[in-house]
Design a protein around this ligand. Structure first.
Ligand code: HEC
Length: 257
């Protein structure tokens, strides 16, 4: 008796269900092209699986997920970024006719048509041809989709302000002294908090207050005259208060002795 005799070869999508008489070929008609499921095939699958599993474990140890600071729901300046595989959809929502008033087009209609067409492809395209060159419509639509996805992903990476993103997510190690008089004054300055954060930790629009080593005088000068992207004349309070706050900033968030 042949090995595998009586076993049916199933699952070839090229054999139409309407072929009559539709008798599948026997397993034994494919000599040397088959192998035993147990243990040969399963053992090989498991070995490949184990290699990937160990590879991923090594990767997670070598590159732990990059954590940002604790999420702050009151921080309206935080610019979130989706994972890389959603960047193309994210980028789509930045274009005029796919955002704002037309956000339904960018968020629902366009992705809906693209993924719906992918889902319906087997029903829409019932040809038997398998070579891409013989299926110009399907091939060019697929190419268009791939090119658009790569282009949009590229654009979003290119347009993203990675430095600001690193700042806004940075974990601030130093605790500031919230009892210091300087901090009380800082907390009364809504404008400053909007950009530099409630802890002076910085954000997308401004750096951490305590990271550079300006002197008290330089700090007061920056606050009065502005610097770079920071507007001038935002401080609301007396000169004394400005000085106390500047001292507190100079002293890295601690009350001066
Ligand atoms: C529109 C956002 C914005 C506001 C509002 C703002 N800042 Fe700034 N601030 C910045 C930016 C941007 C810088 C970096 C300027 C540069 O060096 O180019 C900065 C720099 C500073 C610095 C220097 C620190 C450093 O490490 O460079 C201090 C101190 C400072 N700001 C304090 C304040 C205070 C106090 C207020 C409120 C009166 C305030 N800022 C309001 C955006 C802002």
């Amino acid at each position: 008796m042949h090995r595998g005799k009586g076993m049916k070869f199933v699952g070839d999508s090229r054999v139409p269900a309407t072929r009559m008489p539709n008798i599948p070929k026997d397993y034994s008609e494919y000599p040397h092209k088959t192998e035993a499921f147990w243990p040969n095939f399963l053992l090989r699958e498991w070995m490949v699986g184990a290699v990937f599993l160990i590879g991923y474990l090594c990767l997670t140890v070598a590159h732990p997920s990059p954590l940002e600071r604790v999420a702050d729901p009151t921080d309206s300046g935080y610019i979130p970024l989706p994972d890389w595989y959603f960047l193309f959809l994210y980028q789509l929502l930045k274009y005029e006719y796919a955002a704002g008033d037309f956000t339904v087009i960018g968020a629902v209609v366009m992705p809906g048509i693209a993924f719906g067409a992918l889902l319906l492809a087997p029903f829409l395209d019932r040809g038997v041809e398998r070579r891409p060159i013989k299926r110009p419509v399907a091939t060019s639509l697929m190419l268009l989709g791939v090119i658009a996805t790569i282009f949009l992903t590229w654009e979003s990476v290119d347009q993203h302000d990675w430095e600001a993103a690193a700042r806004q997510g940075a974990i601030v190690e130093d605790e500031i002294d919230e009892d210091a008089e300087g901090y009380q004054i800082y907390m009364s300055q809504q404008a400053c908090i909007n950009c530099h954060g409630e802890q002076g930790e910085g954000g997308a629009a401004a750096p951490n207050l305590f990271e550079s080593d300006y002197s008290k005088e330089e700090i007061m000068d920056i606050i009065i005259n502005g610097q770079g992207e920071m507007p001038a004349d935002l401080f609301e309070g007396s000169d004394e208060e400005l000085e106390i706050m500047a001292e507190w900033i100079e002293n890295d968030g601690e009350a001066p002795e």
